[in-house]
Write a protein that binds this ligand. Structure first.
Ligand code: GDP
Ligand code: IMO
Ligand code: MG
Length: 435
């Protein structure tokens, strides 16, 4: 039987507007599940001028009918999660054990992970990755290392947690002191702090894999909320300038504990141009007046770190690769309004490397790729209040259609402003969304 589920993934370098689209789709889903990354994500939802920035809590939390799940594949920072929970409570958003749960098998981001992230980046100097400093890479390193990892369920047993933290912190301190001449961390202080987090979170810690598999058997609809973007994927992105988890739809089964068929329809998120925050190749980057204009119009400053994002033209060659990787069934296009007022729009349709056309796409050569562009006329009229595809100027409609052709997938949803209402349903085949 065909799955009713929906997976939302970014097809660029993150910040494609996943928060807004997860919110739109959350309306028709019972479960909203994070399966990758951690508090490096920053997902924004705007409801009637009220802006919510979510780092760890799934964006479905704003609805009263959803159950929001942190899957086992997430690098979970309990301090950030508790801060987010308090901030949501302060804004009258209900969040408790009845509508939010965390996999006991998710890995805990510890203070030494954040310290390691900062020290390592500092040491790399000009060669740094440009991480969000949220301890993501070091946490996943310990997950792969096994003997130095702590999982969420372990937070609820203070005694064994304390013993384990003492052992791990002794190893970390020896390394930090020898390598970075850093001050030692206090193991007992950390153990006490994290045991306290464990006590507060205990009612929400669950064995989420079986819970989600049961939901599927019961015919409930699950929405998998991707973090980051495909070009940041640890295997398929612009390595080593990537994050440390599997962020494409291929990461859903392992990151959530569901069978591959549960991925369902994959909605690939694209913004109408490209942005990237942090270091690494970016062939269509416009480090000039145009890039500056996109940054200001699109308010391209990191939701998590506040860093200015690098901006450039849409790269259809890279997006087509990312769309194929995730088995994308349809696209959602965001920030189309940001292109208003630009006379001519360029779209990258391919790369030349060493004078030859590149085929197939290869993220490893992006650093020396020369872009092949085609140019389309822009539009001048404000589109932020359009609510139907036909309301858009002809040039905007042509731009949308050309992206569909180049990527080889329909665009189901178009966003023309940050608010929930600033949305156009277009060529979607998601049942219950079809206009
Ligand atoms: P995410 O990480 O993919 O969820 O994206 P972010 O939330 O980090 O960044 C997207 C930003 O663009 C947020 O500030 C959104 O409120 C905003 N946004 C989303 N869709 C649109 C849109 O269609 N137009 C404009 N102007 N802003 C948008
Ligand atoms: P959302 O979900 C944009 C980038 C960082 C850096 C690289 C590695 O909001 O789209 P990390 O801290 O993960 O080790 O950093 O990945 N990065 C993101 N860029 N949006 C994100 O998330 C990102 N999460 C990580 O800037 O280049
Ligand atoms: Mg973001």
């Amino acid at each position: 039987m065909k799955s009713k589920n929906v997976t939302v993934v970014g097809l660029q370098w993150g910040d494609e507007g996943k928060g807004k689209v997860v919110d739109a789709l959350g309306r028709i889903c019972k479960y909203v599940v994070r399966f990758c990354g951690g508090a490096n994500a920053g997902h924004t939802v705007v409801v009637n001028d009220d802006k919510f920035s979510m780092h760890l809590i799934p964006c479905g939390i704003l609805y009263s009918h959803t159950i929001n799940v942190i899957g086992n594949g997430v690098a979970f920072d309990p301090a950030t999660a508790l801060d987010e929970i308090s901030a949501l409570h302060a804004r009258d958003v209900h969040i408790g054990a009845d509508n939010f749960c965390i996999s006991g098998a998710a890995h805990v981001v510890m203070p030494y992970h954040k310290l390691m992230d900062r020290l390592s980046e500092r040491k790399l100097g000009g060669g740094k990755i440009g991480t969000t400093a949220r301890g993501i890479g070091p946490c996943y390193s310990d997950k792969a290392n096994r003997s130095t990892a702590i999982r969420v369920a372990e937070l609820t047993n203070p005694q064994s947690l304390c013993e384990k933290v003492r052992r791990i912190v002794a190893l970390k301190n020896a390394f930090f002191q020898a390598t970075y001449e850093a001050e030692p961390l206090d193991a007992d202080e950390i153990a006490a702090e994290y045991a306290e987090y464990g006590q507060q979170l205990a009612p929400m810690i669950r064995n989420t894999g079986p819970m989600l598999r049961q939901a599927i058997a019961d015919g409930e609809r699950i929405l998998f909320e991707g973090g980051q973007g495909s070009m940041l994927d640890v295997d398929h992105g612009t390595y080593p300038f990537v994050t440390s988890s599997s962020v494409t739809a291929c990461g859903v089964p392992t990151g959530a504990g569901v069978p591959p068929a549960a991925v369902g329809q994959v909605v690939g998120l694209i913004k109408a141009y490209t942005s990237r925050v942090g270091a690494g190749a970016f062939p269509t980057e416009q480090d000039n007046e145009l890039g500056e204009r996109l940054r200001e119009r699109g308010r391209e400053y990191g939701t998590t770190t506040g860093r200015p994002r690098r901006c450039g033209w849409f790269d259809a060659f890279a997006v087509r690769y990312a769309a194929e990787l995730s088995g994308t069934s349809e696209l959602a296009l965001s920030l189309l309004d940001v292109l208003t007022g630009i006379d001519e729009l360029k779209i990258c349709t391919g790369y030349r490397v060493g004078g030859k056309s590149l085929d197939p796409f290869d993220p490893d050569v992006m650093g020396r790729a020369e872009c092949v562009y085609e140019t389309m006329p822009g539009w001048q009229d404000d589109i932020s209040s359009c609510r139907n595809f036909q309301d858009l100027p002809a040039q905007a409609r042509d731009y949308v259609s050309r992206l569909e052709q180049l990527i080889g997938r329909p665009i189901g949803f178009i966003s023309i402003g940050p608010d929930r209402a600033q949305s156009i349903l277009h060529n979607t085949s998601i049942e219950s969304l079809v206009p």
